[in-house]
Design a protein around this ligand. Structure first.
Ligand code: UN1
Length: 511
């Protein structure tokens, strides 16, 4: 099927030429790397979109140097003035929202409303960062010594490496890069090789702003493979912080490698998110939240709902209504009106899905609907519901696809135990009208996840909160709240304005 829009024209408006190879590195100038041609195909129909000349280690090296030189000046610019540059970037994103949203849909496969939502998430975090640029507060303490003042202040770190995943090809970079730049850092982005054009389009959107404000070199991007770009980032002492989004498997490589040089990493990895539905829940709400959480982005969010833990009294009714609602979900081209489920990212993802379904069947799970790949160009699969017992071992693995496990639970305590009995700890939710049940779910004895919601699903978090999770999700926090502190170094300062030198803890040292 032909794409519903004029793709070459869309790409052209975003600075990308569909006929020739595009630059794969941006560090204030767009550079063609020697790392070979990387062709981007749309998962929606397999059509070739455009290609980039991949960056090499040399391009990486040049970008790091550009960043370091720029950092020396950027860190001395007052934070509110850094916020002003970000404000202008937010304006540029607003102007390009429709085009960038469409490209994200086309290249990643999420439906248009989610593609636009992703760009909105960039705008939101930019606006948040503008406000933050007048905050970045440090505490003042009371010194135990007379005529002393003690306080803490926050300094920028330097160059922050940002490794982003295909599923949020632009927004998660923005969470990191925009907060980092307001903090006085510069950022070096390694986008997913599966979504290079979305990243390149972002560079074309921000470049005029960086040019006219004189701040090219603050936000840099190298599109290259793991050997040429990813690996060097991990071992590079000039990158005090590496923020990485992706699978738990990837995080288990990144974390120890960065730690080996005592660098910092900020990891946002896999989830295995559950919605608990209690007998007293509003099932209309639970139904929509579960369907959006499990089928939205074709199950390729780290916050996607993977498990539905439903109490006995409503299990049959909710499962039946859910299966029925799945039958009305339109699968198709992500830019087509009315489509709710687009394709998976590539053929490997489809194989992962079909392997997972086979495994569920082999282990005794019951497929209630879906279960097959869809026979059409592109990488489509059917949203799938599998009924399994609460201790189903395979459900502890994250399959990045629209597979929802329905598990029947006895009561809230049982549900909380099952919720927590997985290696990952990103997002969780309970649906209940009982204040006591909600509070118990949110208590120290409740959900062990970084995100815990009541009468709201597991996905679709706002940027104002800190985003991330525990256990194998990696422990990092990005986006709002005080997540900015991860991008700065804390300095404790004690200042003596008296004539004596009293020592702390009453120690004397008379010379
Ligand atoms: C991700 O899948 O890596 O909460 C990020 C959400 C989105 C972000 C997801 N705001 O679903």
């Amino acid at each position: 099927m032909a794409s519903p829009i004029d793709v070459p024209a869309l790409l052209r408006r975003l600075g990308i030429d569909s006929e020739s190879t595009n630059a794969g590195a941006y560090d204030g100038a767009f550079t063609h790397g020697d790392g070979g041609e990387l062709v981007s195909h749309s998962p929606a129909d397999g059509a070739r979109l455009a290609s980039v000349a991949q960056a090499t280690r040399d391009d990486y090296e040049r970008s790091v140097r550009t960043g370091l030189e720029t950092f020396d000046r950027w860190r001395m610019l007052p934070a509110p003035q850094r916020g002003e540059v970000l404000r202008q970037i937010a304006e540029a994103l607003r102007a390009s929202k429709d085009d960038l949203g469409a490209l994200v849909s086309l290249e990643m496969g999420k439906v248009l409303s989610e593609g636009l939502g992703e760009v909105q998430e960039m705008i939101d975090i930019a606006d948040f960062g503008v406000g933050l640029s007048r905050q970045l507060y440090g505490l003042t303490m009371h010194s135990e010594r007379p005529q002393h003042r003690m306080y803490e202040q926050w300094h920028p770190l330097g160059t922050v490496g940002v490794i982003s995943a295909f599923n949020f090809p632009v927004a998660v970079w923005a969470w990191n890069a925009f907060i980092a730049m307001v903090c006085g850092d510069v950022a070096l982005w390694k986008p997913s090789e599966k979504t290079p054009l979305s990243a390149l389009a972002v560079c074309h959107i921000i470049d005029p702003v960086l040019e006219r404000t004189g701040w090219r070199g603050v936000l840099n991007c190298v599109i290259g493979d793991v050997d040429e770009v990813g690996e060097p980032m991990l071992d590079d002492r000039r990158l005090p912080l590496v923020s990485a989004t992706g699978s738990c498997r990837m995080g288990k490589i990144v974390g120890p490698r960065v730690a080996a040089r005592l660098g910092r990493s900020l990891l946002e990895l896999g989830g295995n998110n559950a919605i608990i539905v209690l007998d007293d829940a509003n099932l209309d709400l639970a139904l929509v939240a579960t369907a959006f959480g499990a089928v939205g982005t074709a199950g390729q969010r780290c916050t996607s709902t993977r498990r539905l833990l439903v109490q006995k009294g409503v299990a049959a009714e909710l499962t039946e209504r859910l299966v029925k609602s799945y039958s009305s979900i339109r699968i198709g081209h992500p830019l087509e009106d009315g489509v709710l489920c687009g394709p998976l990212i590539d053929g490997d993802a489809v194989t992962m899905f079909t392997d997972a379904v086979a495994r569920i069947r082999a282990d005794g799970g019951e497929i209630l609907c879906g279960g097959s790949a869809v026979d059409r160009p592109g990488h489509y699969v059917e949203p799938t519901i599998a009924r399994v017992p609460p201790d189903f071992a395979f459900a502890k693995d994250e399959t990045f696809a629209p597979i929802l496990y329905v598990m029947e639970v006895d009561d809230l305590d049982h549900a909380i135990r099952v919720n927590n009995d997985v290696p990952q700890g990103l997002s969780s939710a309970v649906f209940t009208d009982s204040m006591r049940a909600a509070e118990r779910f949110l208590s120290h004895a409740g959900s062990d996840c970084g995100i815990a919601n009541v009468n709201i699903g597991t996905s679709g978090a706002e940027i104002g909160g800190a985003f991330g999770g525990e256990k194998e999700t990696g422990g990092g926090r990005e986006a709002g709240s005080d997540a900015w502190k991860a991008y700065m170094r804390r300095q404790t300062c004690t200042l003596n304005w008296g004539d004596d030198l009293p020592l702390a803890q009453g120690v004397t040292f008379d010379v």
